[in-house]
Structures are given as C-alpha cells and as structure tokens.
Design a protein. Sequence first.
Length: 93
Amino acid sequence: LKFPLFEAVSMFLSLLPNMSNVVKGLVVGFIFTTATLPITNFRYRMSIQTPVNEALNPKLLYQAYPATVVRDMVYAIGRNVLTVLLLSKFTGL
C-alpha cells in the first residue's frame, strides 16, 4: 500500500506542469504521510498487543506526525529534484 500510493500521487502530480518540484514534494509528502501513518501506527500497536480501542485513538494513530510528514516531504522534494537533474544530464538515454 505504501510504496504504490507514493508512486501514484507522485506520478499524478508530475502531470501538472505549473507546479514546482518543491511544491509537488510538499503535497506528495503530506498526502502520503496523512494516509499511511495511521495504518503503520495501528499495526505497530497491534504488534505490541495494545487493546484495539486504545490503538484506534486518533492521538496514537497520528503519533509522531510532524516529524514523519517533514521527513517524507524532504524525501519527495529530493527525489523530484534529483529526477529532474538526472533526466537533464542523461537526455539521450
């Protein structure tokens, strides 16, 4: 679920020509983290045998959200910028 979602959002945004790579990275990171962090945190809580009612607490589902969303935004921005650089450097391939 995680990697295909990241790729799908990234590919969709790459089709929008009037958006900078930085903005695209911010949007991809935000959508990806917002959609997948609750799943990841819920699975973690289940693995440590947290009761389901407690694991479904929104505060726990979005635990570490700020740090995670910033990390994913930086990754998406870096990936977008690097892709453009590599494509411009190796145009003949």
